[in-house]
Design a protein around this ligand. Structure first.
Ligand code: NAD
Length: 395
């Protein structure tokens, strides 16, 4: 079939298998071009199909020849219905990993559930024995608690008062003022339940209890801080409360892993267009200004550049450069004073009339379509493509 993007706000209902494969090929080529990383050899990535998790899986496999198990939650393809981007990405990743002689298997299911943890652990036990790196890169709007069955929904709200600021509809370039009402009721607790550290700890507890972590095993979860411009809705909002909880959990997990000489880290990554971040109000406007400045300065990075640098320079490069709160800061270039000063200046004047000039609206929009395999260079979208793709390890 001919597959075209069908967008609804910050969601795209279709995905293009060839475009998704090309994205994966491009990321593999980038990692290979940077040379070998002396990193972990048996890696579990939770949230492995898109964004930072996919970049982590690719960096491990093609930077360190690692065997990888990926856990993700995506829609498979069906006749006349495209799968989700993460599904096609995973199929492409496995295809290329296997062609390179690398072990790669994947589990498509809800990582919050005990059953999926069980399946994953059985796979590790059978195939790898143990893992030496666990990347935790889930971004989800909901979580069903595995013990109580309670369903939590995360919200993106400020805490304590209404937040009003500019935002952009990146499809039209319309800059408008939005107001977001503050969290109420259980909003904060629910968001922490979904995006905080409890599930990460559950994974690590389960893996350790079954002796599936090798001596000195490391685990890394991803966080975000961002500038004062977005603070009220992000870092000091409900999602920030969840990130505070995730970051605190790193210390608890580190304590738990002491007996095997293991360690848990949080890496604070840069703001990037992913399915998760395009859902957050105000952030798209910030990102389009940030992209413009960082590209002009020659320091723009995507997920793969971020994770390749995280691995090669920090995690396996011998220089973690932890901040005062014990976090790895691979958002260092985003947070540079000169970058932030220029973004703030542009923020003041950003309007519908000038955004395409002062901001990188096109870069934002292209990256958004790229997430779903559209507008990818070198892909012929007029060509008939088979929407039915299989993930090799599932068959
Ligand atoms: P993403 O939406 O691209 O990826 C999320 C991944 O989680 C996908 O593989 C998806 O399949 C998987 N997933 C979601 N729910 C699941 C479930 N119930 N079970 C199994 N898998 C599930 O998101 P991302 O932007 O790469 O975010 C990953 C992490 O990085 C998050 O913690 C996010 O806060 C953090 N982060 C993101 C940014 C950014 O700007 N995008 C910046 C810094 C940190």
């Amino acid at each position: 079939m001919i597959i075209e993007p069908r967008t609804r706000g910050f969601i795209c209902l279709t995905a293009h298998p060839t475009g998704c494969e090309q994205n994966v090929i491009n990321q593999i080529a980038y990692v290979k071009s940077k040379g070998a990383i002396n990193g972990a050899k048996k890696v579990l990535v939770i949230g492995s199909s898109t964004g930072f998790g996919l970049a982590s899986r690719i960096s491990s496999a093609f930077g360190s020849d690692a065997a990888t198990i990926g856990v993700f939650f995506d829609k498979p393809s069906a006749p006349e219905k495209t799968g989700s981007a993460g599904y096609y990405n995973t199929a492409a990743f496995e295809k290329h990993a296997h062609a390179a002689g690398l072990y790669a298997k994947s589990i498509n299911g809800d990582a919050f559930l005990n059953e999926i943890k069980r399946q994953t652990m059985d796979m590790i036990k059978e195939d790898l024995g143990q893992v030496d790196l666990v990347i935790y890169s889930l971004a989800s709007p909901v979580r069903t608690h595995p013990d109580t069955g309670e369903r939590f929904k995360s919200v993106l709200k400020p805490i304590g008062g209404v937040f009003s600021n500019k935002t952009v509809d990146f499809h039209t370039g319309n800059v408008t003022e939005i107001s977001i009402n503050p969290a109420e009721g259980d909003d904060i607790a629910n968001t922490v339940a979904v995006m905080g550290g409890e599930d990460w700890k559950m994974w690590m507890d389960a893996l350790k209890a079954e002796n599936l972590l090798s001596e000195g095993a490391t685990t890394v979860a991803y966080s975000y801080i961002g500038p004062s411009l977005t603070e009220a809705v992000y870092r000091k909002g409900t999602i920030g409360a969840a990130k505070d909880d995730l970051e605190a959990t790193a210390f608890t997990i580190s304590d738990d892993l002491k007996s095997i000489g293991g360690k848990a880290y949080v890496s604070v990554n840069k703001a990037l267009v992913t399915q998760a971040s395009s859902a957050i109000p105000v952030i798209p406007l910030y990102i389009s200004l940030l992209y413009k400045i960082m590209k002009e300065k020659g320091i723009h990075e995507g997920c793969i550049e971020q994770i390749q640098r995280l691995y090669s320079e920090r995690l396996f490069g011998g220089d973690l450069s932890l901040d005062a709160k014990g976090r790895i800061r691979i958002d260092d270039w985003e947070m540079r004073d000169d970058v932030q000063a220029e973004v703030s200046k542009l923020w003041e004047i950003a309007a519908t009339e000038n955004l395409s000039e002062i901001g990188d609206l096109k870069g934002y929009s292209d990256d958004f379509y790229n997430l779903f395999g559209f507008k990818v260079e070198g892909v012929d979208y007029d060509k008939d493509v088979n929407e039915m793709v299989e993930i090799p390890s599932e068959h």
